[in-house]
Design a protein. Structure first.
Length: 94
């Protein structure tokens, strides 16, 4: 009977690990959904949707090594510059 607590503990650990993997998979799915929603919003110049997705301190480094902040991007999008015609990512690793 001494092995019952050990088996119970092992079962709890196994189930916890399985739940953590399920949570990680759900998190990855949610991040991919957000990334795709951001792509759709960028192409549509939809700053309202982007405001829900991008934090106030969001920024990106552009191809010329300059930084673009949310504060700079949103007015530019509202004026039609830059205009995104497509937005793709080939892999997404979380």
């Amino acid at each position: 009977m001494k092995s019952v607590p050990a088996i119970s503990a092992a079962l709890v650990l196994l189930l916890s690990a399985r739940a953590a993997r399920a949570d990680a998979a759900a998190d990855k799915t949610e991040l991919i959904r957000i990334e795709k929603a951001g792509a759709v919003a960028l192409i549509a110049n939809d700053t309202k949707s982007l405001a829900e997705l991008f934090s106030a301190d969001w920024k990106i480094v552009t191809s010329d090594a300059s930084t673009m902040t949310r504060r700079k991007l949103f007015p530019a999008l509202e004026n039609g510059q830059p205009k995104f015609s497509s937005y793709q990512f080939k892999s997404f690793d979380v």
